[in-house]
Structure formats: C-alpha cells, structure tokens
Design a protein around this ligand. Structure first.
Ligand SMILES: Nc1ncnc2c1ncn2[C@@H]1O[C@H](COP(=O)(O)OP(=O)(O)O)[C@@H](O)[C@H]1O
Ligand SMILES: [Mg+2]
Length: 467
C-alpha cells in the first residue's frame, strides 16, 4: 500500500521571515561613505527583494503541486482499495512491489508483509511455477491484451484459491520493462457454482431423457394398439379362409380318389353332390381372392410402418402432409377412438421438409387430445381439420367440440408436464414435444378457443415443392 510518509521530499521548510525592505545596512557593513554609496545598497536590497519574491512564488507553486500529488496518490490508493479484483505489481526479479486490499484479504497478509516477497511464494503449488514463468514470457512477447493464466494462490486459511490472472508488462517513463502487473479474479466460488450448475443440468437432462422416453413408449403403445387392431381383421379372415381351404382340400381329395378308383358314373355323381364339389369350386376363387387381399393388407400395413421408420432415419425429406393427417386420424381411431367423427378432406399434395415420423407424432397428439377433450364433453365427439396451402406456408387447423381450454390454462398447455388428465392417463408431454417438433421444422404451433366453442390448434409450417 502506498505510504504517505516521505512523499514530499522537496517540500521547503517553513518560510523565513521577510527582511524589511529599505532597512539600514547590516551592522557588519562598512559605513556609508567608506566606498559604497547609498544607491549601491538600495540596489542590493532591491535584488534581495526580487529573489525573495521569486522564492515565495516557487514555494506556493510547489505547495500546489504537492497538494495535487497527494490528491492523485489518494485517488490511486482509493482505487486500489476499492478493486474487488486482486492486483500485484512485481519487479524484474518477480518480487512484489505493490498490492491491493483484495490481495491482502485473499492471502491473509498485511501489505507490508507482502512487499518484497517473491510472487512465487504466494502460489499454493510449486507445479504452478512453470505456468507463471510461461505466462510472464508470453506477456513480454507482447501477447495482445496480456497473457491469461489461472494460478492457485495460497488463501488465508491455507486453502488454494484458483485465480484467473491477466499479466501485462510494466514499463518506466523511458519505456524500459521494469516488471509486470497481474490483475486477477478469484474463481473458486464461481467454479464451484458452475460445477454445481453443470451437475444439476446433467441430472435434469437425464430426467428429461427418461421422461421423453416414457412419453415415446406411451405413443408407441398407442400406435401398437392401433397396429394390432388393424392387423387383427385381415389376419382373422385369412385364417378363416385358410381353414375353409383346408376343408375343401379334404373333400377334393376324397372326390379325386373316388374318380381315380374307377367307380361308376352314378356313384361319382352322387359323391360329387354329397361333397358339394360344384359349390366348392365356385367358392374357391373368392376364397383365394379374400385370402390374397387379407395378406396384401397385412403387407401394406407393415410396409406403411416400415416407410415411417426409414424416413425418420433420413430426417430431412419432403413429407406429404395430407397423407400424414390421414394416417394420424386412422391410427387414433384404430387405437382408442373408433367412434370419432373427423371432418377432413384431403386436398392436393402439399409438402414440408422434415421427418414424417415426427410430424405424424404431432398430428396424432393433436387428434388424440381432441378426442380426449371432445369425448368427455359430447356424446358425438367431432373434429374438423382443414389444410390451407399458401405458396410458401401451409396452415393446419384442428377444431373440436370439446369444452375448449380454460383461459387460465391457455398459457400453460405447452409446458412440459402440464396436464388436466387424471394421474396415469396424461403425461403432459404431448403438446410440449409437439411444440418442439414443429419449431424444429421451422413452423409454429398455437392454441386458442374457437368462436363456435371447442379448442382450436393451428400448425403453421414452411411449404416446399413435392418431389
Ligand atoms: N383439444 C383440447 N381441448 C381442451 N384441452 C386440451 C386440448 N388439447 C390439450 N388440452 C389441454 O392441454 C393439456 C396438455 O396436453 P398434452 O401436453 O397433450 O398432455 P396430456 O394429453 O398428457 O394431458 C391437456 O391435459 C389438456 O388440459
Ligand atoms: Mg396429449
């Protein structure tokens, strides 16, 4: 810390009393008339007077300068004391020449004890010495903005406090390097807070992943229920047909054996009637056709599902939106809402760039929510879906005949975990995930209540040319 003592070495001593102007010559002076006349004395006295005035003026100027110096020193002192960053000035040998209050507090030592000690003595670990040396060299080499280095200082309680230092060379008036200035910020608290924050963030991310996973499993569950329902129908009539074919096969075998066994024509005709061979033959084409159709439908369903997973992996492909809406309605109906009336007319092909699987997830969420709300509210749950295609955007609007969204909930329905459904029914993640997906596709998802009643969801997406 700056010492105030001795700051004013040139300060003149107390002013001497001014000799009276025009006083008689000093007693040791030869009496007038002994060679020096009165005029000469007057001249000397006048000169003395002038010199004295000059002396007084100089002294006043010096005092003013001194006061200014003290003021600026006080100012620098207050700056150093007020700085929350630590400051150390070292000489060419690395010994401390100047410190500030923040460093004294951090190191738990008086300014006077720190002055003159090597900076290296303040380091908490010897391993940091090469780092300090390298940073000093880097600062000397003229690194822009000085050299930056993190050094562990020995803190008041003996604990190491990491400090981020910025080191710049210090020069004298002639521009010669006389040492370095280090300004640093203790990072201990900040680093601890940062680590705690990062851990919390990681934990949050893990939980979010788990929740996303459980929401995915829930959507998958709905989809699988729909797929199972969808497959059940064709598979059951394929099975029925195959059983019938098996029976027909037995009858045909019996008849053919009789024919080849060489019985008479009447017996063969009787057997043909008994085994209803003609009806069997007439029925065969439709049985085969039905079986083929059932198998074909099964293959189509599987193919449709496969197409989604493939497009999902490719991520960015043009997706035809009419088809996505159609499939969303289809799967929600197959899953939980067979009696859902949906007013929807597919328009001409209209594409957006993105993932078909994700867009299907959004639409299925919206259709499922509409069904959940409308079926609670009305005996005839109904949904109206329209698609407006402008040259560069498309707008899907879904309005239902449910109770609508309470004004107090309008601002919260897109929040993760917000649900008004009973525990175990809703995850409260559907809309939040859908919102994210639509945003990733460069669009927006909004909700309000329709004038006719019911909730209205609007999906806007950028349109691209269909391939
Ligand atoms: N069509 C709708 N009509 C009325 N309320 C709705 C509608 N869609 C969503 N909501 C409200 O938004 C909430 C959140 O929806 P969502 O994120 O899909 O989660 P969940 O369906 O699991 O509750 C629902 O619980 C419901 O209160
Ligand atoms: Mg939902």
């Amino acid at each position: 810390m700056p010492q105030n003592a001795g700051v004013n070495p040139q300060r003149p001593r107390a002013r001497s009393p001014r000799p009276p102007t025009g006083a008689p010559p000093p007693p040791s002076a030869p009496p007038s008339g002994a060679g020096v006349d009165e005029a000469a004395w007057l001249d000397v006295i006048h000169k003395m007077d002038e010199v004295y005035s000059q002396l007084v003026a100089d002294e006043i100027a010096l005092e003013t300068k001194n006061a200014e110096l003290e003021q600026s020193q006080q100012f620098i002192f207050s700056l150093l004391a007020a700085m929350s960053d630590v400051l150390v000035a070292i000489n060419r040998d690395g010994r401390i020449e100047e410190t500030n209050a923040a460093l004294c507090v951090l190191a738990g030592a008086e300014d006077s004890a720190l002055r003159g000690t090597p900076l290296a003595a303040l380091l908490a670990e010897d391993a940091a010495l090469p780092k300090l040396a390298a940073a000093l060299a880097q600062a000397d080499a003229g690194a822009a903005g000085g050299a930056v280095v993190e050094l562990p200082l020995r803190g008041a309680g003996g604990v190491a406090v990491p400090v981020d230092f910025n080191i710049t060379p210090r020069r004298d008036a002639a521009g010669r390097r006389v040492g370095h200035v280090l300004v640093g910020r203790p990072m201990g608290e900040l680093k601890r807070a940062y680590h705690a924050l990062r851990e919390a963030h990681e934990a949050l991310k893990r939980t979010q992943q788990q929740l996303l996973h459980s929401e995915k499993m829930a959507s998958l569950g709905r989809l699988v229920a729909g797929v199972a329902h969808e497959l059940n129908n064709p598979i059951s009539f394929v099975l029925g047909n195959v059983h019938a074919l098996q029976r027909y096969g037995d009858r045909l075998t019996r008849y053919l054996e009789a024919v080849h066994g060489g019985g008479d024509a009447d017996q063969q005709a009787a057997l043909r009637r008994q085994l209803r061979i003609d009806a069997l033959l007439a029925d065969l084409p439709s049985l085969m056709e039905g079986t083929l159709e059932g198998a074909q439908r099964t293959a189509d369903i599987v193919q449709g599902l496969r197409r989604f997973s493939v497009v999902d992996r490719e991520q960015h492909a043009p997706v035809e939106i009419n088809g996505v809406v159609e499939r969303a309605i289809h799967w929600v109906r197959k899953g939980t809402a067979p009696a859902f009336t949906v007013h929807w007319h597919a328009g001409e092909p209209c594409c957006v760039q993105g993932s078909a699987g994700q867009l299907l997830q959004v639409l299925m969420n919206l259709v499922q929510n509409a069904y959940d709300a409308a079926s609670e509210h009305s005996a005839q749950p109904t949904l109206w879906i329209t698609l407006d295609a402008a040259p560069s955007t498309l707008t899907l609007t879904l309005r239902d005949n449910g109770p609508g969204i309470g004004p107090e909930n309008l601002g919260r329905i897109f929040d993760p975990f917000f649900t008004t459904k009973p525990v175990g029914t809703g995850t409260g993640l559907g809309l939040s995930i859908s919102y994210g997906i639509v945003e990733q596709h460069g669009g927006s998802l909004a909700a309000d209540n329709a004038a006719e009643g019911g909730a209205r969801f609007t999906v806007t997406l950028p349109r691209v040319a269909c391939p």
